[in-house]
Ligand binder design. Structure first.
Ligand code: PMP
Length: 383
């Protein structure tokens, strides 16, 4: 604890609840513009009324009482899985308790210790932990460096399978995976591809189907993972793919088998929100417009937003102490945006991570961007 404190790495917990307006939260009793959550379409506060008896029934059931394979398999589960597989254009889908559980469970079940996994260096911790659990050899390639990946695929011997694993939109940088190149390499070197669409599902592509669909490449992705707790404003996650893959996961993925199923009421919210999101093209465009506006404002004033091209916009400040200070200043000004430090991001790249939402107003975002520029300029000058 002392060491964490000395390195400005201690994290704190602040009581937070929904605010008075969409896009706002109440934090430590204060109303703040919410630039920290992953509620990209504002769906966390939706209260759609069901027109479907399975969803209606599930909405009133708050405990699943057991794992899916025992007696926790409420009809809302296959119902939601059918909706997700239709959206993803896959044969089947399976819902997990969280994205963390989906990634760790899937990788530990499918990847063997004879395999080699090629993983982008900025992939989410849940992917890394899944690879570790599998016991496979891990080859990390520099962020989005396709030349490095190709050379690694060419020169690394492998007795088992090769896997390429990547986030679609990277959670702390807001960058996008170069999917056309990744797919070309996967095909050329006979690798399997797993894509984590946690931050792109609901946000990219036709009907919000994700980044793979945006590029028209979903048929080339063997394992499509996505979450229900971000753009879809509910909780949980899913894997979509071939029927045999999904059936195999239901027989072997330990994070799916040995845990109580999520409450049916939460799955009902997920079903309502996913369904509504299919037609939210206007909100998706608004979201991307908000992100462009916010990012450009920061860039025009010389702030470092890295290579972001999505609704996630980092302001890279470098030192842990300055990230913490800036986070505090912003909160005092009424903007919730949290400092992100190692080990979540590489050392020396501490940052404030802003995530935009269609629920924000352009006026609020303009005010927030001006405040960020002002505060960082003062703080940077003092360093
Ligand atoms: N993958 C990525 C890229 C993520 O950003 C996250 C959540 N931060 C997860 C997986 C885990 O999802 P969940 O929060 O549902 O466990």
């Amino acid at each position: 604890m002392q060491q964490l404190q000395d390195e400005q790495l201690l994290r704190s917990l602040t009581p937070t609840r929904p605010g008075k307006r969409p896009g706002w939260i109440e934090r430590a009793g204060q109303q703040m513009l919410d630039l920290a959550s992953n509620d990209y379409l504002g769906l966390s506060r939706a209260a759609f009324v069901p027109d479907d008896p399975v969803v209606e029934d599930a909405l009133h059931c708050h405990a699943s009482t057991a794992s899916r394979l025992v007696v926790g398999n409420h009809p809302i589960y296959p119902h939601l899985e059918t909706l997700l597989s239709q959206l993803k254009g896959t044969e089947d889908a399976v819902v997990f308790g969280s994205g963390y559980a989906a990634n760790t469970g899937t990788l530990a079940a499918l990847v063997s210790r004879h395999d080699v996994v090629f993983s982008d260096r900025l992939n989410h911790a849940s992917l890394i932990d899944g690879i570790r659990l599998s016991g496979a050899r891990l080859v990390r390639y520099p962020h989005r460096d396709m030349d490095f990946l190709e050379e690694a695929l060419r020169s690394t011997s492998c007795q088992g399978r090769r896997w390429i694993i990547t986030d679609a939109v990277f959670s702390m940088d807001g960058t996008e995976a170069p999917l056309p190149e990744v797919v070309r390499l996967k095909q050329e070197y006979g690798a399997y591809l797993m894509l984590d669409e946690a931050h792109s599902a609901g946000v990219y592509g036709p009907n919000g189907a994700g980044l793979a669909h945006h590029h028209g490449l979903h048929r080339h992705v063997d394992i499509l993972m996505g979450t229900l707790g971000k753009a879809y404003g509910a909780h949980g996650a899913y894997i979509a793919g071939d029927r045999v893959l999904i059936q195999y996961l239901m027989q072997t993925a330990r994070s799916w088998m040995f845990t109580t199923a999520l409450p049916p009421s939460v799955m009902a919210r997920a079903h309502l929100n996913v369904k509504a999101s299919l037609n939210m093209q206007i909100e998706r465009e608004q979201l991307h417009q908000h992100a462009r506006m916010f990012r450009e404002h920061l860039r025009q004033h010389g702030l470092d937003t890295g290579q972001s091209s999505s609704q996630i916009v980092p302001l890279i400040v470098g030192s842990n102490a300055q990230a913490v200070q800036l986070g505090q200043l912003l909160q005092q000004a009424g903007i919730a945006a949290v400092p992100i430090r190692p080990p979540t991001v590489p050392r020396g790249t501490a940052r404030i991570r802003f995530s935009l939402s269609a629920a924000h107003t352009p006026q609020d975002l303009h005010w927030a961007a001006e405040t960020v520029v002002q505060m960082w300029t003062v703080l940077r000058g003092k360093a």
